[in-house]
Ligand binder design. Structure first.
Ligand code: NAD
Length: 483
């Protein structure tokens, strides 16, 4: 479908996300003709910008992300942008916004279609949703809302936010965005699993020993210490990105590649998610905080961080499901700040089968998401000199030319929103299960904090995070593949 009519309202139009991701992505969709003549974008934020200033910001944002730009197209594109100075807590401003949207609808022939994008601090999401409802901002065509992360900070707060949003939008109009689901290799998990009989045949508890998901960041909290204190690694990375990846790895085969079938398969899996007990958390979960180095601060010394903070900058743990092909197979995860390098990867460790050669290596499949997009399969073969066994890598990667044209996750996901394809968005039933799991771990950690002796490893920065995570494996031979 092309030239989709819509008035899009971005709450947070002067923010970092809008500038770095949304404006460049919208320009690419414009160049592809997904949106073209019948769209208008209203950027709203508190600053007193003019339409012209926003338009110049949009052009700047596109220049910053594109090596080559068709200037005439960019100029034309930017004239579809309008700015509305707006305080999200001021009810009257919603009325002005509604009128501007109606005028632009007329001007561009947007057919009453509205697309709302919450690109602001999450504490405002509920207020915006409430005012969209009480000021009747929705149009008489299609209405869709994109909600950024984090969606709540517990099951209770997520439920409250969901209720505020569902006052105006039905589940199929809500697009809870997680940009990891727009990444090339995350989008490759389903094709890899379901189109290769070779892999599909062994993708089960009989053949897989464990799976390991690592999302490592090189940076510390930078200037975001205040926000991070309210979040921590578990809420910031596990509740969304890691769970989404694990769900794709462990879900049963969907009946077809439609949003309905895929969400059904995901839900079937998540209904069987094991919610960890305090005992499980003590045995198979680890939290840590980065310590100081000669020239960097410890987490507890960062600006706006409580010197007695128990907020984790590193979390590792185990997930298990009672249904799906990986029933009972441990899926380990770890994520944290100030690792030795930025790295997002999945390691699938296959069981070691007896063979006439005796002690050989287990097969391993690695899906590297970032910084490279690559799949590597480790197979055994003989050494040249003799009949000893060595491991060799088979690689499935992108050429340099291919890597250069991989769309950014936001472009893919925004295009899906315009095309009304919710395959790569989180449904409420899934999110609810993620929060039940996170709440259980947080609760166990909170109880430990209250003893006055919480076990929070202070880990050396720019290495591999907390060392105690080496002991979370169920099998004594278990170890992290990446390290
Ligand atoms: P930001 O602080 O850069 O921008 C916030 C925007 O909200 C600004 O436009 C600001 O003017 C506006 N704003 C703040 N208070 C307001 C008020 N009372 N009334 C009206 N407008 C107000 O934040 P960001 O980095 O763009 O993040 C926005 C959302 O996107 C967050 O939920 C974040 O978690 C999510 N996100 C951001 C990124 C990123 O790369 N920046 C990546 C993933 C997710």
């Amino acid at each position: 479908m092309k030239n989709i009519p819509a008035v899009m309202i971005i709450f947070g139009g002067s923010g970092d996300l809008a500038h770095r991701k949304l404006y460049p992505a919208l320009f690419n969709l414009y160049e592809q003709g997904i949106i073209h003549d019948h769209f208008a974008v209203i950027g709203t934020a508190r600053r007193p910008w003019s339409h012209e200033y926003l338009q110049s910001q949009v052009r700047e944002a596109v220049h910053e992300t594109h090596d080559e730009v068709n200037e005439a197209d960019l100029e034309e594109f930017s004239h579809h942008f309008y700015y509305q100075s707006h305080d999200v807590t001021n009810v009257e401003h919603y009325f002005t916004l509604k009128e501007l949207a109606a005028d632009l609808d007329q001007k561009y022939g947007a057919k009453g279609n509205r697309l709302f994008y919450m690109a602001m601090a999450p504490r405002f999401f509920g207020t915006i949703a409430t005012h969209i409802n009480d000021q009747h901002l929705t149009g008489d065509g299609f209405n869709r809302i994109v909600v950024e992360k984090p969606f709540g900070r517990s099951l209770a707060t997520a439920t409250e936010l969901n209720q505020q949003i569902t006052a105006s939008f039905s589940e199929d109009q809500i697009f809870r965005i997680d940009h990891y689901l727009g990444k090339e290799m995350v989008q490759n998990i389903m094709p890899l699993r379901f189109t290769n009989p070779l892999l599909a045949a062994v993708w089960n508890k009989a053949h897989i020993q464990n799976i390991q998901v690592t999302l490592a960041e090189r940076l510390g909290v930078e200037a975001r210490g205040g926000y991070y204190e309210t979040s921590g690694a578990l809420r910031d990375m596990v509740q969304n990105h890691i769970f989404q990846i694990v769900t794709l790895l462990a879900m049963p085969t969907p009946s077809d590649i439609t949003a309905k079938a895929i969400h059904q398969a995901k839900q079937e899996l998540l209904d069987s998610l094991h919610i960890p007990t305090a005992e499980d958390v003590a045995k198979h979960f680890v939290r840590g905080q980065y310590a100081a180095s000669d020239d960097t601060f410890a987490y507890k010394e960062e600006p706006n961080v409580d010197p007695n903070s128990t907020t984790e900058t590193y979390a590792a743990g185990e997930m298990k499901f009672g249904a799906g092909p990986l029933q009972g197979v441990p899926i380990y995860f770890r994520t944290g700040k100030q690792f030795k390098e930025k790295m997002s990867r999945i390691d699938v460790v296959f069981k070691h089968e007896p063979n006439p050669y005796g002690q050989t290596h287990a097969n391993k499949l690695t899906i590297e998401i970032d910084p490279e997009s690559q799949i590597r399969l480790l197979l055994n073969g003989k050494t040249i000199e003799g009949d000893a066994i060595r491991q060799e890598k088979f690689c499935f990667g992108l050429t340099e030319a291919e890597a250069a044209v991989v769309p950014d996750g936001y472009e893919r996901l925004l295009r899906d929103v315009f095309l009304n394809n919710s395959i790569n968005f989180t449904h409420w039933g899934e999110l609810k299960r993620y929060w039940e799991f996170i709440d259980a771990v947080e609760e166990a950690w909170q109880a430990e904090n209250e003893t006055g002796h919480p076990v929070i490893e202070q880990y050396a920065p720019y290495r591999m995070g907390a060392k105690s995570a080496d002991k979370i494996f169920e099998s004594p031979a278990g170890h992290w593949i990446y390290g």
